[in-house]
Design a protein around this ligand. Structure first.
Ligand code: NDP
Length: 286
């Protein structure tokens, strides 16, 4: 795929399929200049989707994103942020969104996600999200770390079916969502935002990046193993990958990974080492 490819949200709005994650960014003064340059390198290359959250560095990541996007055409960007579960009700969510907008230096979010399920009833969160849409502070809302039973509960509350995305952990070494979550989402036309698409540079699954199948497929495409991990996620047209890097050269490598088209033979080889489970597994999280 080209990195500018999009997927349609349930209401028909196009959403970029490749973006930049920001967990752990903005937290270190010593890394500030590199991290800012990394985000700007992505923006200059045409990456428009940025994923952040009020949680990341207690707002430090949103601050850095705000600094990075200054001077870029806001309408061309697709900014995603997330609300803590304990802030996902009335009145906290309204304060949270205002604080995120302030840090980002913008007056609306393209997507606002419930970071994970907490004690606030889903019906209340949905009502608040819909109010934020009505007030023009967010354009869409979605959820994160929702398994099938959570999605079913969500769709049972008023306006719950207006959820636009579910952001979950998904990488070659963790394919549990392929069994039930992804098919469920596909059936309602809801894209999946894949977090940790690089398995945190392989750290989340021992042996992933030096697995012989991954190394062989990387060799075939003159790519790195991490680029193959990204190409794996992006092979699904309903998936959106949001790798994070604080280094400009890594961001460019990740952008170039979007050009890799895995063949059926590549996928078969990768699946022999890392098969999708043929049975239900609990949602993987970090
Ligand atoms: P990723 O899988 O994106 O891996 C990030 C790591 O990979 C970093 O250590 C980075 O280091 C390294 N890396 C990135 N590109 C390259 C490259 N080309 N070559 C070598 N190393 C590379 O992990 P994340 O946990 O950050 O997940 C991605 C994003 O998903 C997060 O940043 C966040 O926005 C979101 N997320 C959401 C969660 C949720 O609950 N909703 C949970 C976790 C993540 P370096 O900086 O040195 O490049």
């Amino acid at each position: 795929m080209a990195f500018v490819d999009t997927v349609e949200l349930p209401d028909g709005t196009p959403m970029p399929r490749f973006g930049m994650g920001t967990w752990f960014l903005g937290e270190s003064a010593a890394k500030h200049d590199d991290e800012l340059a990394a985000l700007r390198t992505g923006l200059d290359a045409g990456v428009t989707l940025i994923d952040t959250a009020e949680m990341y560095g207690s707002g430090a990541a949103e601050h850095l994103v705000g600094e990075a996007i200054r001077g870029y055409d806001r309408e061309s960007l697709f900014l995603v942020s997330k609300v803590y579960p304990h802030n996902a009700g009335d009145p906290e969510i309204f304060e949270s969104v205002e604080a995120s907008l302030e840090r980002l230096g913008t007056d609306y979010l393209d997507m606002y996600l419930l970071h994970w399920r907490g004690a606030v009833p889903l019906a209340e969160t949905v009502e608040c999200m819909e109010q934020l849409v009505g007030d023009g502070l967010i354009r869409h809302w979605g959820v994160s770390n929702f398994d099938v039973d959570d999605l079913e509960e969500l769709f049972a509350v008023p306006d719950g079916e207006r959820c636009a995305v579910n952001q979950v952990l998904y990488h070659l070494g963790s394919r549990g969502v392929e069994y039930a979550v992804l098919p469920w989402m596909r059936s309602v036309g809801m894209p999946l935002m894949a977090y940790c698409p690089l398995a945190q540079a392989g750290d989340l699954r021992r042996g992933l990046t030096n697995d012989p199948a991954v190394v062989e497929v990387a060799r075939r495409h003159d790519a790195t193993p991490l680029q193959i991990l990204l190409a794996f996620v992006l092979r699904d047209p309903m998936a959106i990958a949001i790798p994070r890097s604080g280094k400009p050269e890594h961001v460019l490598e990740n952008v170039h990974a979007c050009e890799i088209e895995l063949s059926d033979d590549d996928l078969a080889l990768l699946s022999r080492s890392f098969p999708a489970p043929g049975y239900p597994t609990p949602l993987d999280i970090v």
